[in-house]
Design a protein around this ligand. Sequence first.
Ligand code: ATP
Length: 445
Amino acid sequence: MADTTLMDKLVSLCKRRGFVFQSSEIYGGLGSVWDYGPLGVELKKNVKDRWWYAMVHARDDIEGLDAAILMHPRVWEASGHIAGFTDPLVDCRHCKNRFRADDPRIKGTPGQPDAQCPVCGSRGTLTEPRMFNLMFKTFMGPVEDQAAVVYLRPETAQGIYVNYLNVLQSSRQRIPFGIAQIGKAFRNEITPGNFIFRTREFEQMEMQFFVKPGTDAEWFERWREWRMQWHQSLGLTPAKLQWHQHGPDELAHYARAAFDIQYEFPFGWQEIEGIHNRGDFDLGRHQEFSGKKLEHFDQAANERYLPYIVETSAGADRVALTLLADAYREEQVEGETRVVLGLHPAVAPIKAGVFPLVKKDGMPELATALYHDLKRRFPAFYDDSGAIGRRYRRMDEAGTPFGITVDGETAAQRTVTVRHRDSMQQERVGVDQVAGFVAERIGRD
Ligand code: ATP
């Protein structure tokens, strides 16, 4: 299967089964903006819930936060986003397309006569690069003047930095401790694309860990290890995960060290999460721009310092895409192509499909009762239309790990068949045990 075809097949499956739809489709769509359908919203929620559990609930040293998207404009001066969050942009005067100046498809130097537009092929029509700020601007209040400009946050991290003392004092944590947040971020990307990989509106799962200067390198290593383990725990193919260390020319000016966790997508190795040792850059800048002291007083050691920060920053949409791309497979079964999403049961949107073998002999009634019973514990789906094989295939495409069929023996023996999505093997399980059987395998018991 050619890799571009794999992405096309994934996009079409996502639409067919209700994972992801193009935004405003009936109006012709809005470029690189996507909506999550009934199954997609469950998948992404499962990703976020697992992250929240691992970062906040399972630990004693991390607190949660939900800061607003709109922030004081000075925040973005302090963070460096107003001055530095820019990409070099070039336009083709002929076909009006727009590119990043470093787009590998451009031949020659933009602005020079030899440069060739990668879309229309014209020579000498590419403009000199100009810097383009990636932040979306809007206005607060009724008057649209410069004083009213606010930005849609391009990352969630700043909401954590400006609240760090509030959280530290109200939660009675001590350094080292962290703050975790999940929320929307917006970037006016010049070249979005690859489905939900790079979009202009996306969700981040960020955690900032505040440590005593000098202990940062050690915490950085721990966080690298923990974050890689988390991605592995989602059941991804181990050989498709790797580290990428930022070299000196890639390293952001504030970063003391940075590693990306990359996944091998059909379009190549790409970042899904960044782990950064940011030193005291962020708190130092906010202290300077706000005029408020952000130092921490360590009573035990009787010393005052500005904590260093180790950041872990992942995209919920990118992780969802990673899961979908890793899970997609096609198999030949009895002369037919079976499309399966082999999602880890813990992230699968629907955990079990419930089917009466036929629509008679009391089977629908028994199956409906079982379905309602299961649905109280986890997402389940009832389907009585079409041949049983078709119903299994629909659940295979949705990534549902278990298919439960009520048949002629159910009433007398109080048993059902459980069909496993990946092996297609079937086994008989007691009607009263089946909820526990599934719950145990999806990590709920
Ligand atoms: P890239 O180089 O891919 O643009 P970045 O280095 O700018 O990413 P960060 O600022 O470190 O990314 O953001 C942290 C995480 O947020 C990324 O690892 C990614 O998962 C997610 N992310 C960033 N930009 C986007 C986007 N435009 N669409 C979807 N997810 C994004």
